[in-house]
Design a protein around this ligand. Structure first.
Ligand SMILES: [Zn+2]
Ligand SMILES: [Zn+2]
Length: 355
């Protein structure tokens, strides 16, 4: 038995979430769990924790049950530790420092797929922002609505990028890449030989977002284990708001100003796979995505994952959205050294090549 009080821990978490202005439903989860537990005796709570029956109580879910179990074991719940580590930080300063540490962007689109601007305009905007590199990640063939590039068009794009790089300012490079669809069986939607040639590969789920939990988990873990994939793009697929005014590219199939719930998958298994294979979890900066949500960023951090803070820009002005991702990352305590796009281009491409 420990002298930690699981109910006090749940209430403390709720308080810290409220103070950090997190969504009401998230706060309520901790407050309801605290209320449910306080109706029981301490012995009853301990017994339920031992038998894994905490979640049978109304108002207690997986996350809150885990906090209770950790608390009963005498350790500070991971969720609480993460919140405490970031409370009182000057978030503006933290986010600004993180943004300043970034040297490039690993997820961007041009008018070769569903972006609104030519590659050179995207590159010049990136130069203006002070980036040292921009990874060009247009869509893969199956994403027809986004004019996904066939193998032939991607080959032509690689030649085009090589020519552009010769003309761009010294010290700046366009890195080659793709946002490749993760198909239903977890395979990647482009020729192996091409994927191997690219500097950086972002893999994302764009179809079957409502796959059943175990199927989605298997699908994502298979893709993460694929040596070609370097970064797991917008992992939950959620849409938190309608697209902001002025966005040129559709950005995503089927998203017409609607919100969309998160895909269901075993986040611990997915993040463990990312950590094991040394792949990065993307923190997607698009205001309508904000993906992954902060609670999952914290879990990925705890799992030992690396991150990429990317804009998924479909137009030059959107390259400046990186600060939104930095704010969210700073709020979760993500340190710059865990962020692969804080590295110089050579280190980034060496890391990608090692996979
Ligand atoms: Zn995408
Ligand atoms: Zn994208």
């Amino acid at each position: 038995m420990s002298d930690r009080d699981p109910i006090a821990d749940l209430r403390r978490i709720a308080f810290l979430l409220e103070r950090a202005n997190e969504a009401t439903y998230r706060v309520r989860a901790f407050r309801s769990a605290a209320a449910a537990l306080s109706a029981l005796s301490a012995a009853d709570v301990a017994e339920r924790a031992r038998d894994g029956r905490l979640t049978e109580l109304p108002g207690v879910g997986d996350v809150t049950a885990r906090c209770v179990t950790e608390s009963l074991e005498g350790t500070e719940p991971v969720y609480l530790r993460r919140l405490l580590a970031t409370e009182g930080l000057d978030l503006d300063a933290e986010a600004t420092a993180l943004r300043a540490a970034l040297r490039g962007d690993c997820h961007t689109h041009s008018d070769w797929s569903d972006g609104g601007s030519p590659i050179e305009e995207m590159a010049l905007a990136a130069v203006e922002l002070g980036h040292e590199y921009l990874v060009l990640t247009d869509h893969s063939p199956r994403l027809k609505v986004a004019r996904g590039l066939t193998a032939d068009r991607l080959r032509r794009q690689l030649d085009h990028v090589a020519r552009l790089n010769a003309e761009l300012p010294q010290g700046f490079r366009i890195l080659t890449g793709i946002e490749v669809d993760i198909l239903a069986d977890g395979s990647l939607d482009q020729d192996e030989e091409l994927l191997a040639r690219l500097d950086v590969v972002v893999g994302s789920v764009h179809s079957g977002l409502n796959d059943e939990r175990s199927k989605m988990t298997r699908r994502m873990v298979t893709a993460i284990a694929n040596p070609h994939l370097d970064i797991l793009g917008h992992c939950t697929g959620r849409m938190v708001s309608s697209r902001p005014a002025g966005v040129v590219g559709p950005g995503d199939r089927g998203h017409r100003g609607r919100t969309r719930k998160e895909s269901d998958f075993d986040a611990d298994a997915v993040f463990a796979a990312c950590a094991e294979h040394d792949k990065a979890v993307e923190i997607n900066s698009r205001p309508e995505r904000q993906d992954p949500p902060k609670r999952l960023i914290r879990r990925a951090l705890e799992a030992g994952c690396r991150f990429a803070i990317d804009t998924d820009a479909h137009a030059p002005g959107q390259l400046d959205w990186q600060r939104y991702g930095c704010e969210r990352a700073a709020r979760c305590g993500v340190p710059a050294e865990r962020v692969v796009n804080s590295w110089p281009a050579d280190r980034l491409t060496e890391w990608a090549l090692r996979h």
